[in-house]
Design a protein around this ligand. Structure first.
Ligand SMILES: NC(=O)c1ccc[n+]([C@@H]2O[C@H](COP(=O)([O-])OP(=O)(O)OC[C@H]3O[C@@H](n4cnc5c(N)ncnc54)[C@H](OP(=O)(O)O)[C@@H]3O)[C@@H](O)[C@H]2O)c1
Length: 243
């Protein structure tokens, strides 16, 4: 079954995987995106005139609360919420350029805002049958790397949150899914890593996952990582430590 005729809310739909999700889903669905930088939002607005856009900094939790409450009050049903936006800061704690402010920004963008949006948009998701919350996760939630300790921790937290939320929503019409991605070629990974999956392919796998009954969507090399981690968690940690 193809996802069609749905109202889909995507956070971070202005670049990378989120933009590809928008491209692949907008023709057959009504899409709302939430992102931060107005220049990128303008580009999206000029390309896709049917898209509804909210300009919000997800690291600003007051803004997130206000937007989520306003969306809930508008009373429109939401069929699919894709929590995709995230940031990844790479300086390590011992580096001279490590900035303490990035700790809060990374946690609030990648995790706290997801919880707040979920809380406020649940009533709209409960109006649709069936509906989906899809949290975009990473192989780093399975085994962390050395760089980006906070990023890895937020993805681990997102994994636990998604699983626990799924328990809470058992017996409702809302299904909680996670897509676990390998290294993907986007702004987030510019200038680092090799063998990256194109963002278009990653988004296509996520879209396929929306249409499947699976709650866990392992993409590309994450499938292998999951197997290695099951057979030898120590080996998985060793492989991922170097990033
Ligand atoms: N790329 C990878 O290798 C990889 C691997 C595993 C998982 N992932 C996950 O995939 C998802 C998408 O990542 P990506 O690689 O596509 O990243 P990206 O190209 O950097 O895009 C991130 C998106 O999130 C938005 N965003 C970031 N901070 C925001 C904020 N404070 N408020 C509002 N919007 C914000 C950005 O919009 P603005 O620019 O307007 O802020 C942009 O649209 C993330 O959850 C990431 O953790 C990525």
């Amino acid at each position: 079954m193809k996802t069609a005729g749905k109202h889909i809310v995507i956070t971070g739909g202005t670049s990378g995987i989120g933009l590809e999700l928008l491209r692949q889903l907008q023709a057959n669905n009504e899409v709302t995106i939430i992102a931060r930088q107005s220049c990128k939002l303008d580009k999206v607005r000029n390309t896709y005139d049917r898209i509804r856009i909210h300009e919000v900094d997800l690291a600003n939790l007051k803004q997130v609360e206000e937007l989520a409450a306003a969306m809930a009050a508008a009373g429109r049903k939401i069929d699919i919420l894709i929590n995709n936006a995230a940031v990844q800061y790479t300086p390590q704690f011992l580096d001279d350029d490590f900035q303490i402010e990035t700790i809060r920004r990374e946690i609030d963008t990648n995790f706290t805002s997801v919880c707040i949006l979920t809380f406020h948009l649940l009533p709209s998701l409960l109006q649709s049958a069936p509906s989906i919350i899809l949290n975009v996760n990473s192989g780093l939630a399975i085994a962390p790397k050395t760089d980006s300790a906070i990023y890895c921790a937020t993805k681990s937290a997102l994994n636990a949150f998604s699983q626990s939320l799924a328990y809470q929503l058992e017996g409702t019409n809302v299904c909680v899914k996670q897509a676990f991605l390998p290294l993907v070629d986007t702004e987030m990974t510019r200038g680092r890593g090799a063998g990256k999956m194109p963002a278009k392919e990653a988004a296509a796998k996520i879209v396929q996952g929306l249409d499947s009954p699976a709650a866990v969507i392992d993409i590309g090399k994450v499938k292998l990582l999951r197997t290695v981690n099951r057979l030898s968690p120590g080996l998985a940690r060793k492989i991922m430590k170097a990033g």
